[in-house]
Each structure stands twice: as structure tokens, then as C-alpha cells.
Design a protein around this ligand. Structure first.
Ligand SMILES: [Zn+2]
Length: 467
């Protein structure tokens, strides 16, 4: 009897152990201050301290910063950072206009082209100087825009690593616009504060709680970020020079106020001990953005059977949102492609919202089959969902079309029109001012247009699942 009980306890304990998922910590540094040369030394110091601890971080480098490091002859900084992962953080960061400002009034296709025109050269500078293509991108401040996503795919950058409130999914990694997002991480975004009264123990305990919570739910990601410049200055380099989006000639740029050397040493020690503490927590592993891309795999879902297609189609009838399954997840766009019998691939959401002009309640089988073929043709040609589907000279919005397709039994002589219920839109912010709040944006800046484009792209939103 006691042996049986002991075996039972052993069984329970081993089940618990197996249930604890891996906790990955991505530690990243927005390496952006090209005005204060001491920020170069701060980046060097941080990179070397972390290398000394056996930890690899991700340095998201601004294009101009990479050029400045080259001009100042800082091979030592470049080489120390290149021991870690390298990401991209725009070409000029805060020199106006910032991305949200120049993209707000542009559409989907035009905006993506404009982002690429302005920012691709900086990514190439970072790649040339560091000898590796950036693994990730993140916007300066809150200067977010969804048109960046297709441009980043074309630039060969697979991960979006930053913080913001514009889009998010349960405070864990997600797929959106074909990029793996570590974004809007809520309680899983944290740091040990460099300043302020908060005791060091508080941030350690906060980390331990979050790690335990994630581990008990199958694992996940904790996101921690700093800026190297914070360790050597008491004010932000860009707030000093470009407040409210003003322009200032290069010759008039001012250096931010400095911390004393002793203060900087204290800050480096805060980071070093925090990182060492994290490393000591069982089941926790530091990863770079590039490693996360490998851990989460591919946004394209596996090919599915014809039986699955009918099941996926049925899901679109009631509401349009992502589907979470044991073996992976499908976005509403993935479901729609499957329902149309198409091969899975990364496509964008529609570039615009239309109400649709088709007023009937039913549509003939022949007309609907033509509409389906037309939808497939558009998606193949543009790698994007159409805003509407033609029914003779009238249109059905893409949402109404998906709902109607979902409810079609494939045999009736005519098909009842169903209306859209775009549930995925609830994952996009509805605060066009707060979501873009940043001292470098013009006062009162608001970008409902970018959030609306973001909602259209939520067709591609789905949770990212560890492989
Ligand atoms: Zn930044």
C-alpha cells in the first residue's frame, strides 16, 4: 500500500515536471543614440558584460547609428555587438517625419513602398557594417504603422520585436502580417528599473512570478528592453533635439545631459545582476530574436485535406477569427484560403474596407462559383485578400463573402448571403491618440487611419505556437 501511494506521488510529480513549459527571455536594446558618443561606450560595456555572463541579447540598431560607429572608428563596439543578435530600428529614428507621420495618409501598397524607400537603405547599412542581416525590426517610440509589415518581409526581416498597444494577442507572441510579433506583452514585458525607489528584490520577484506563471501554462516568452543611452544620460537624446517633431539642423544638435560615471556604473550593475538572476532561474533560457524565429517556425500553416477545408469553411460562417488547435493555429485568412481550396501561403489582409453594394438575399450557384474563382485569381495575383468580390456589377465585402462561403453546402442551386462578423478586429487598439503617444510626434497626433489599416490586416492575426 505505501509503495503504491509513493508511486502515485512519483507519477504526479513527473506529470508536473513534464507540464512545465520552457520560458524564453528575449533581452533587447534599442541602440539608437547617434548624438552622444558615450552611448557607444555604453553599448560596448553592456554587450561585453552580457557576453561575460554567457547571455546573448538582441541589439536593434538605427542605420545612422551604424554609420556613426563606422565614422568614429568603433570597430570594438561593432564587434562586441555582433557577438549578439542584430536587429533594425529605422534609418534615423527621430528625425522628422517619423514613420506614423509619413505613413498615416498613405494606403496599404503605397505606404509599404514609402517605408521601404525611406528605411531599406539603413537596414542595408546595418547589414554591411555588422556583417549580418537584421533579424527583427521595431518602431521608434510609438511610431507604429502596419504598412511596415509587407516592406519588412521584402527586406528579409522576419520578426517584429518591440512594445506597443496597437495590436496584441494575450500578451504572448503572435503572427500578424506574416511576421512573428513579440509585442504588447503586458505583464510579460518588464525590467529592473535603473532609477527610482523600487527595490531590486521587487523586480526579481516580479520576474520569478511571471516565469512560474508561464511555465505552468506550457511556456512562453518574457520581453525585457533597455536603451544603451539610458545608462549614460539622464534625458533622451531625441527628446532634447526633436520634441513634437520639430526639425533641427545637424550643426545645432545638442548632447543630452550625462549621468556621472558612478551613476553609470550603478546602472550597469543593476542590469548585470538582473540578468544574472534571470539566468539562475531553472527552466528559463535567454534567446535572441533570430532564435525565436526558429522556435516558432513558419507562419504558413501545413497543407490540409479536403475534409479539413469543409470544416474550416464552416467556422467562417458564424464569425471570422483565428482558429487555435493543438498542432498550430490558423488566421482567418488561412481559413479563407483553405475554404477556397488554395495552397496555404502568407497573404495580406485587404487594403481597404468596402460596404458592398449587393442587396439580394440569395445568389445563384453559377454566379457564386464565378465569384469564388475571381477571389482565388485576385489572391494569387496580389498575395492579398480583395476588399470586395464582384457579383456582376455589384460587390460583396470580403467579410460577407467569407461568411457566405462558410455557410454554403456546395450543392444548393442558390446560396443565402450571410453578413460578416469580424471578431479578429477586437485585437486592434481603438485609441488613435493614446496608441501613438510619443514626445517626438507632433502635439496631439492621432492616427485612426493606421489603426483602421491595422484592423483590415487582422485577417492575418493568429497566436504563435512553440514548435
Ligand atoms: Zn527607439
Amino acid at each position: 500500500m505505501p509503495i503504491r501511494i509513493a508511486l502515485l506521488f512519483l507519477l504526479i510529480a513527473s506529470t508536473r515536471l513534464r507540464a512545465a513549459g520552457p520560458v524564453y527571455v528575449v533581452l533587447w536594446f534599442d541602440t539608437e543614440d547617434y548624438i552622444e558618443p558615450a552611448a557607444d561606450d555604453a553599448a560596448l560595456r553592456i554587450a561585453r558584460d552580457l557576453t561575460g555572463l554567457g547571455i546573448r541579447a538582441t541589439f536593434k540598431v538605427v542605420g545612422e547609428k551604424a554609420l556613426v560607429l563606422e565614422e568614429r572608428g568603433r570597430r570594438d563596439v561593432v564587434q562586441a555587438l555582433a557577438q549578439h543578435d542584430i536587429g533594425y530600428h529605422t534609418n534615423f529614428h527621430s528625425v522628422p517625419p517619423a514613420p506614423s507621420v509619413y505613413l498615416r495618409d498613405l494606403g496599404w501598397v503605397e505606404g509599404a513602398a514609402e517605408f521601404e524607400r525611406r528605411e531599406a537603405a539603413g537596414a542595408l547599412d546595418v547589414e554591411r557594417i555588422f556583417g549580418i542581416r537584421p533579424s527583427c525590426y521595431g518602431q521608434p517610440g510609438n511610431s507604429w504603422a502596419p504598412q511596415t509589415l509587407p516592406a519588412l518581409r521584402r527586406m528579409g526581416i522576419p520578426v517584429y520585436l518591440d512594445e506597443g498597444s496597437q495590436v496584441g494577442l494575450d500578451h504572448q507572441p503572435f503572427w500578424y502580417g506574416g511576421l512573428l510579433h513579440i509585442f504588447n506583452m503586458g505583464p510579460y514585458n518588464m525590467r529592473a528599473p535603473l532609477d527610482g525607489p523600487e527595490a531590486r528584490q521587487n523586480s526579481y520577484a516580479q520576474f520569478d512570478r511571471a516565469a512560474a506563471e508561464l511555465a505552468s501554462h506550457g511556456g512562453g516568452v518574457i520581453s525585457i528592453y533597455y536603451h544603451p543611452t539610458e545608462f549614460v544620460t539622464t534625458e533622451f537624446w531625441d527628446a532634447v533635439n526633436f520634441p513634437g517633431g520639430v526639425d533641427r539642423e545637424r550643426s545645432l544638435w545638442q548632447r543630452p545631459r550625462r549621468r556621472t560615471e558612478a551613476e553609470s556604473e550603478r546602472c550597469f550593475a543593476v542590469l548585470r545582476s538582473y540578468a544574472a538572476h534571470i539566468k539562475s532561474v531553472p527552466g528559463v533560457r535567454f534567446v535572441t530574436a533570430r532564435e525565436l524565429a526558429g522556435l516558432y517556425g513558419d507562419p504558413v500553416p501545413p497543407r490540409t485535406s479536403a475534409a479539413d477545408h469543409a470544416r474550416y469553411a464552416a467556422l467562417l460562417a458564424g464569425k471570422q477569427t483565428f482558429l487555435n488547435m493543438e498542432q498550430g493555429s490558423l488566421s482567418a485568412a488561412d481559413l479563407l484560403l483553405a475554404a477556397l481550396g488554395m495552397e496555404p501561403e502568407v497573404v495580406d489582409g485587404p487594403s481597404a474596407r468596402i460596404a458592398g453594394t449587393f442587396r439580394g438575399d440569395r445568389i445563384s450557384r453559377a454566379a457564386f462559383e464565378r465569384a469564388k474563382a475571381d477571389a482565388v485569381g485576385f489572391i494569387r495575383a496580389n498575395r492579398r485578400l480583395p476588399a470586395g468580390i464582384w457579383i456582376a456589377s455589384d460587390t460583396l465585402s470580403i467579410g460577407d463573402f467569407a461568411a457566405t462561403l462558410g455557410a454554403d453546402d456546395g450543392a444548393s442551386p442558390d446560396i443565402a448571403i450571410r453578413r460578416a462578423n469580424l471578431e479578429f478586429e477586437k485585437y486592434i487598439s481603438t485609441d488613435p491618440k493614446g496608441a501613438f503617444s510619443w514626445p517626438i510626434h507632433p502635439a496631439g497626433f492621432s492616427a485612426p487611419e493606421l489603426l483602421e489599416l491595422g484592423r483590415l490586416q487582422a485577417w492575418t492575426l493568429k497566436p504563435a505556437r512553440l514548435r
